[in-house]
Design a protein around this ligand. Sequence first.
Ligand SMILES: [Zn+2]
Ligand SMILES: [Zn+2]
Length: 487
Amino acid sequence: MVNLHGVVNTIRLVAEFPFVLRGIFGARSIKQSGHIHINTVNAVFHFKTCRWSFAARSNNKCESSDSRKERNVFHTHGNVSESMVLSERNKQHLSSLMKEKIIALAGQIHNDVVSWRRKIHANPELAYAEVQTAAFVAEHLRSLGLDVTTEVAKTGVIGLLKCNNSESKCVALRADMDALPILEANAVDYCSKNEGVMHACGHDVHTANLLGVASVLSELRNELSGTFKFIFQPSEEKIPSGADAMIKAGALENPKPACMLGLHVSPEIEVGKIGFHAGKFMASSDEIYITVIGKGGHAAQLHNTVNPLFAASEVLLELQKVSDAKKPVVLNFGKIEGLGATNVVPEKVEIAGTLRCFDEQLRFELHKFIKDEAAKAALRHNAKCEVNILQGYPVLVNDHETTAAAKLAAADILGEEAAIDVPQRMGSEDFAYYTHHVPACFFRLGVGNAAKGITSAIHTPTFNIDEDALKHSVAAMSWMAVKLMQE
Ligand SMILES: [Zn+2]
Ligand SMILES: [Zn+2]
């Protein structure tokens, strides 16, 4: 005799299967886990309530004593899980094939990527003047068959790589293209030809790397899905920010990215390693300009003058108290100028400094506090005080899930020891603007090599990189983008 009750429940079970799977593994873990073992799933079907309970997690007891019904259910569950394990294995196999292809392609194009980096390095251009660099980028992206838009926010370039089912999802990748007003002191044959301008912050590396990633992924476009958006922006080094300008020009629309990646060279990290930090990673930065106004005159006539130097000293001592390692907050000054003489009290003193912190609300509270405290300190000397705060970049906040996925992908393709955790940095970076619109991960690429003597810091005339880093970065960023597209 057919056990009708058992059949009905089996049908219900199959109908509920997608929800059941979500319940057992969670939607994400189905995609992420490398192996799913049937015997780890300790699931019992409740016939009375038609609900799944999970003895291991919830300690619920099965109320049914009908062992035949339970057998039917476990039999059904076992078959489904086995086919799922098979398709998981299939997926893993395809995934590891894709990874091997990316490693091979990154190796094949490495010499090209190095030559692009050297070409860009030899021809550095300042913020919003990246004309030749942008033309080079656009030409390369077009040669790969990407849809290219130029002159975004003046010199920015956007390339779209549309793969299968291109509207399903978009992953964005960003590089900055501008150089710094520094006279290069490196004796290399690709030394800057533009005297007084140098790629001393590695944006030549970021640009060449992203061209490499575009080359790798476009080679695999028939095997990939979704759209990869390559954003090459102007002016990271100088306010107004190129990132902010790109966003205002619509770089994050049509299509809107689901997540975003960016990187920065780090000579203090050895080549072969990549540094990650989830959450608040880099500080906000604001420029602080203070003018202390007194009353100038002959230095001998003490009572006919209001000396702004004394007032400025008091302002500085008062504002020194703002820095706080626990929060952390840094308010520091690098310039004080009072153009008097031994016997001349100047009319005013100019002070300039920077404010860094990791909390947007605190940041704006501090702006008011600085203005109030500076005014009070100056007034104690009968001087006046004007504070002008030029807002720089916001706090860079790395999305936890995107960062975890990017780090996992880096470890997967470069080895566990390659993906390291790095601490918060007081430096700022305009990638921060993107992180306030899109879940994003900004990571640090190790380019230092103490054994080869490559240790110079960024923004110095002798900054350089171990170019082997480009092999790692092209492979890792390509694989991160592919994995994020699959999430
Ligand atoms: Zn820089
Ligand atoms: Zn930089």
